[in-house]
Design a protein around this ligand. Structure first.
Ligand code: ADP
Ligand code: MG
Length: 238
């Protein structure tokens, strides 16, 4: 569970070849960060994996099976949106339970899954509150909770912390890393922030104009950047 392989994946919007051709292997349980400047195609690549956009060509293998033409809900992946994507009129409990309700899961099972997710995310005491009665960090955790209850093969995060203040961002970064250690589920995390990439990733994918410049561990990228772009972006001394 949780491996994702891209084979010659491309994406064209009208005349614009946003992703010319990408090959990438993500192993089960890895924390992979897509990093690169604004507009380089990070969100597009994540949305292709999630199935929110169709590939123009190429293949996306999920757990060894061809997932290229599967609907988003059938891919077994959970996209974590920014905390403002919560339903403001619903309690934390109902926000987290929402995807399970939609799937017609029996209420007793829903209650158990919500309780389990709340425990992992330290939200047990906040289940009856509305999102506006929570801090930014707690809201972000509710958004993650809504993904956790579906027990996905992988979590996909698109700059989930970008609307939090700097101190909270550092805090949430640690929380997401801890969550990864607890769940050991594949996570793909998109950011334009080099520090986030260097501190969170098992594997960093450096993107530039829709192409992969380099894939490697934070240490590999720091010690042996393959080109000036990677060196400049990672802040390597070379
Ligand atoms: P990033 O997330 O790295 O900032 P994006 O993946 O959002 O970059 O965008 C990459 C490029 O694709 C940008 O030039 C953007 O304008 C373009 N793009 C993204 N989505 C669309 C779309 N739906 N239609 C046309 N162009 C798009
Ligand atoms: Mg983006």
């Amino acid at each position: 569970m949780g491996s994702i392989v891209l084979k010659k994946v491309s994406k064209v919007f009208g005349e614009a070849k946003v992703i010319p051709s990408i090959d990438l292997e993500i192993n089960n349980g890895e924390f992979v960060v897509f990093v690169g400047p604004s507009g380089c195609g990070k969100s597009t690549l994540l949305r292709l994996i999630a199935g929110l956009e169709d590939v123009s060509s190429g293949q996306i293998m999920i757990d060894g099976k061809d997932g290229t033409n599967l609907a988003p809900a059938q891919r077994g992946l959970a996209m974590v949106f920014q905390s403002y994507a919560l339903y403001p009129h619903m309690s934390v409990r109902k926000n987290i339970a929402f995807p399970l309700k939609m799937a017609n899961m029996p209420q007793a099972e829903i209650d158990k899954k919500v309780a389990d997710a709340a425990r992992v995310l330290n939200l047990t005491d906040y289940l009856e509150r509305k999102p506006r009665q929570l801090s930014g960090g707690q809201r972000q955790r509710v958004a993650i909770g809504r993904a956790i209850v579906r027990q996905p093969a992988a979590f996909l995060f698109d700059e989930p912390l970008s609307n939090l203040d700097a101190a909270l961002r550092v805090n949430m970064r640690l929380e997401i890393s801890e969550l990864h250690q607890q769940l050991k589920t594949t996570m793909i995390y998109v950011t334009h922030d080099q520090v986030e990439a260097m501190t969170m990733a098992d594997k960093i994918v450096v993107l530039n104009r829709g192409n992969i410049e380099q894939v490697g561990s934070p240490l590999e990228l720091y010690r042996s950047p393959q080109n000036l772009f990677v060196a400049g972006f990672i802040g390597s001394p070379k």
